[in-house]
Design a protein. Structure first.
Length: 282
């Protein structure tokens, strides 16, 4: 009851202050600014809504935010994170959905929590029974102070990324990953049954994910037959040939691609074909 009363009191105060400010026609900056960020990841998207408090000369972790206590991971309302597809958090499955992102800071270890209670003020209504997933992570000490609490995505690759929490002199990395290979492979197989076959994209996926290179070469050749003037198709064909150990073939393809890129005055593909030719000489 105390927790509920406290929450209602905070909300009531916020409403009163908001009405009072509107009545006076005032425009005032927020003490902890809000931020919404989104990140395409694997085959889906991750969206994050949170408020960003500042250090303001205070001691944060182990003091203002005590070790061993549940933190809203920001300011104001609880931080909300939404996954459009199932992902893995530190190797553990987390279903698609909307979650409150709570944490329990510790000097040597943090607990990162994904909780059903996304819509709440602070962590006053937090219930451990609503936890969907908890993972343990080691904090990293930063040399330079981060004044404004920051959540960001880093080292974003097709199926791995890091969700980073940074404030004061602390960095916490939460490892994200996704297992999408079976879905993509099934999608390629289905698309190849249609009239417009994605030869080029399929060849790229096979190359990047160490699939059947003979099949990749077959598909890129089909793409080349449909558009023989595209230097980007030549580039990927040359890369596939190099990976298959056919240096002579890669040299010819890259030379042809360089000529096409030069004719088009496409500086990016001039550079890429030149780099591929250098690679063939190693």
């Amino acid at each position: 009851m105390k927790t509920t009363f406290k929450t209602m009191l905070f909300l009531a105060l916020a409403v009163v202050l908001s009405i009072d400010v509107q009545a006076q026609g005032l425009k005032m900056p927020q003490a902890s600014t809000g931020q919404t960020i989104s990140q395409n990841f694997a085959l889906g998207k991750i969206t994050l809504n949170y408020s960003r408090p500042n250090v303001k000369g205070r001691k944060i972790f182990g003091a203002m935010e005590p070790y061993g206590s549940v933190w809203r991971t920001g300011a104001n309302s609880a931080t909300v994170i939404t996954f459009s597809e199932t992902v893995k958090i530190a190797g553990k499955d987390l279903p698609a959905g909307e979650y409150g992102l709570f944490t329990i800071p510790g000097k040597d270890e943090w607990t990162v929590i994904f909780n059903k209670g996304a819509k709440q003020w602070g962590s006053y209504e937090y219930k451990a029974s609503d936890d969907v997933l908890r993972v343990k992570v080691k904090p990293i000490n930063l040399k330079d102070k981060v004044e404004t609490f920051t959540i960001q995505f880093a080292d974003v690759l097709p199926t791995t990324a890091k969700l980073q929490l940074m404030w004061e002199n602390t960095l916490v990395n939460v490892e994200l990953s996704a297992d999408i290979d079976a879905t993509v492979m099934a999608s390629i197989d289905e698309a190849m049954k249609g009239e417009k076959k994605p030869y080029f994209q399929a060849a790229q996926y096979y190359f990047n994910n160490s699939k059947d290179l003979k099949k990749a070469l077959e598909w890129v050749n089909a793409a080349e037959a449909a558009d023989g003037k595209a230097p980007w198709i030549k580039l990927w064909k040359g890369r596939i040939q190099m990976k298959m150990g056919d240096k002579a073939g890669a040299v010819k393809t890259a030379t042809d691609g360089l000529k096409l890129a030069t004719e088009l005055k496409n500086q990016e593909y001039i550079r890429l074909h030149t780099e591929l030719l250098k690679e063939t000489k190693k």
